[in-house]
Design a protein around this ligand. Structure first.
Ligand code: 5RP
Length: 263
């Protein structure tokens, strides 16, 4: 692997632990002003010191992150659809590699929609993005988006992750599922998990714990952090699990402690 690409990846996946806590705040690219992300700048501010990287769009990067902030950026470069449109799967590339370079990103991310009517287009976009990234040493994160009609099971998610890796993705984001070890084993590149819809804090910590125990290198978590009643407590607790191999009980106690700390 080329030096620049390795260097960028190591800004996201911390060499000390081989793991990562990515903060996903890209939801607005198809959902608009998502709950908890109405004012991204305010959401991000207290969380920045605890995020190994920020996953977000070009517009929110420009508007809500200071150029002086030392946080690696994973730039979402796919989109073009909305939650009220015809098909979420009909995504295209939204940012050129030149602009990603100008923005000094550490990686670019796009969604693939395996099994959807736009499977081929999104997979070819991934292959194209990998080619562009190879020119400049920019790693590519493939996000295995799941359409309403798809099962989030190991068979389907393994298929998606493996195809993403075969097409050259440098790391893959998917969902946790039963038999997740199979998904990780059959995917030759590192796997991170999305948090999914907001659930109880303890359950979200269990999800993170199970994912890393089953071989994920970390999380790219959004709503279960920024929609929590204590986002800072939650991201700190997730870090304890991911980087310090803490048990759920210990991490949950940390979350509770931060939540009840007088401000
Ligand atoms: C959407 C995404 C989101 O970043 C992803 O879903 C992570 O956020 P959450 O933890 O809220 O699910 O990639 O396709």
């Amino acid at each position: 692997m080329d030096w620049g690409l390795k260097n960028r990846l190591s800004r996201i996946i911390k060499p000390e632990t081989g793991r990562t806590v990515m903060l996903a705040i890209d939801h607005g690219y198809f959902l608009g002003p998502t709950s908890g992300l109405e004012e991204p700048k305010e959401t991000i501010k207290p969380l920045l010191p605890y995020a190994d990287s920020l996953m977000l769009t070009r517009g929110i990067l420009r508007a809500s992150v200071n150029a002086q902030d030392d946080v690696p950026v994973v730039l979402r470069v796919s989109g073009g659809t909305s939650v009220i449109g015809k098909s979420l799967a009909n995504e295209g590339l939204t940012v050129s590699m030149e602009d990603a370079l100008r923005l000094n990103v550490s990686a670019v991310a796009l969604s693939i929609f395996v099994g959807s009517e736009y499977e081929k287009e999104t997979l070819l976009s991934l292959a194209h993005l990998v080619d562009e990234g190879q020119k400049y040493g920019i790693p590519v994160l493939a996000v295995t988006a799941v359409g309403k009609e798809m099962n989030r099971d190991a068979r389907y998610l393994s298929l998606c992750c493996r195809i993403a890796a075969e097409l050259g993705a440098h790391f893959v984001k998917t969902y946790y599922c039963e038999n997740f070890t199979q998904v990780v084993k059959e995917c030759p590149v590192p796997v991170v998990i999305a948090g999914g819809k907001k659930i109880e804090e303890k359950a979200a910590l269990e999800l993170a714990f199970n994912a890393v125990s089953d071989g994920a290198i970390g999380v790219d978590m959004g709503r279960n952090i920024f929609q929590s009643d204590c986002p800072v407590g939650m991201i700190m607790a997730v870090r304890e699990i991911v980087h310090k191999k803490a048990k759920v009980k210990q991490a949950f106690e940390l979350y509770e402690e931060i939540k009840h700390k007088p401000r």
